[in-house]
Design a protein around this ligand. Structure first.
Ligand SMILES: [Zn+2]
Ligand SMILES: [Zn+2]
Ligand SMILES: [Zn+2]
Ligand SMILES: [Zn+2]
Length: 361
């Protein structure tokens, strides 16, 4: 299947196309978040398979070294079958560096996305099978695709913390790749005036994700991760020392404390936390059955008064809170839901029945 016409021309890498293809591929994924789940592309395209070197070694009865030799690469390759139009990507799963494996996969996906095999009439892209110049051009294009897929600049530009290590952890690339990505991004911004608008990132579906990355905190006291804008206090335990942390998908499950009341955008419970009434009035902040106050917000508190019995009133700051906030993240006062007992204190443990037996009466 030699395409002689293509063979004579020197190919010039089309970086714009590579970028556009990467954006198109991200669009195929259901969840708009990083790290990009590269294996999902197997399910997106029915003419694409992804196999490991281990699989190939077992099937052919070859050592991994021999597989590398056979496939012409230590990392991976993409093979095109012109008889049925199918592609198969092989990647070396025995390499320990997770970031490097991901890069290989994304790079090979680039050859697939950009149809290099079809353009050049090759079943496998190997250095010696096409002219050096053209080989390098295709490699550059595939790398450009990989970079834009794994670390989409339209998204990572909006991380508030500007540091390669953030890219390394969030995009799951090697630290070397993260540094290159970082340098490349800001060189483009500084020297070529390339801009990335937040609107566009949102259009791509990354609004929530960017918000998560920029507002992720961790409380060392109660060990909860959460997303909240500029908190001064932990909304779970009231602790003052919060640390900014890197958002990892799945973090929210670490919020393991019981009794979360589901609230709407105005902090109003969707069903009554006291009598469980689900048919609440559309307006009004009290349950129409049991009169319980339905909004979780910052509550007044009486602080200890060293000079007398009467506590000192510390007024509520009026902030509306999430359904699991025990404390106001702005001023540290307890929440309405905690005061009313709808939420138990973060370190509350119910007394077990047999423990009760042991209490001497
Ligand atoms: Zn390549
Ligand atoms: Zn806490
Ligand atoms: Zn009620
Ligand atoms: Zn408050």
């Amino acid at each position: 299947m030699m395409n002689l016409k293509m063979r004579m021309k020197t190919y010039r890498p089309n970086f714009k196309l590579a970028e556009e293809k990467a954006i198109e591929f991200i669009g195929y994924l259901d969840k708009k978040e990083l790290p990009i789940k590269l294996m999902k592309f197997k399910k997106v395209f029915n003419n694409l398979e992804i196999k490991t070197y281990s699989w190939y070694s077992k099937k052919m009865g070859l050592s991994i070294e021999k597989v590398c030799e056979d496939l012409g690469s230590e990392d991976g390759c993409c093979v095109y079958n012109d008889l049925n139009g199918k592609y198969r990507i092989y990647y070396n799963d025995t390499i320990e560096n997770e970031g490097r494996k991901r890069w290989t996969l994304a790079h090979e996906l680039g050859h697939y996305a950009l149809k290099h095999h079809e353009m050049y009439g090759q079943n496998i892209m190997q250095r010696n099978s096409i002219s050096n110049e053209n080989y390098e051009a295709f490699e550059k294009e595939a790398n450009c695709f990989a970079r834009n897929l794994i670390a989409p600049p339209h998204v990572i530009f909006h991380f508030e913390e500007k540091d390669p290590s953030i890219i390394e952890h969030i995009c799951k690339v090697s630290s070397e790749a993260a540094q290159n990505i970082f340098r490349f991004l800001y060189k483009g911004v500084r020297e070529y005036g390339i801009g990335y608008s937040k609107d566009y990132a949102e259009k791509l579906g990354f609004k929530d994700f960017i918000h998560q990355v920029n507002n992720r905190y961790f409380c060392k006291n109660c060990r909860v991760h959460y997303t909240i804008e500029k908190p001064s206090y932990c909304s779970c335990c009231g602790n003052k020392a919060l640390t900014k942390t890197i958002y990892k998908f799945g973090d929210e499950f670490e919020m393991k404390y019981p009794a979360v009341v589901v609230v709407d955008f105005n902090g109003r419970a969707k069903s009554c936390p006291c009598c469980q009434n689900e048919e609440l009035d559309y307006e009004g902040n009290y349950c129409n059955v049991c009169s319980t106050y339905l909004v979780n917000e910052c509550a007044d508190v009486y602080d200890d008064n060293p000079f007398g019995d009467q506590g000192i009133l510390v007024e509520s700051c009026g902030t509306k809170l999430s359904g699991n906030a025990r404390y106001c993240h702005k001023c540290g006062n307890p929440s309405r839901f905690m005061n009313a007992g709808h939420l138990k204190a973060w370190n509350y443990t119910p007394i077990e029945i047999d423990e009760l037996d042991e209490i001497p009466f």
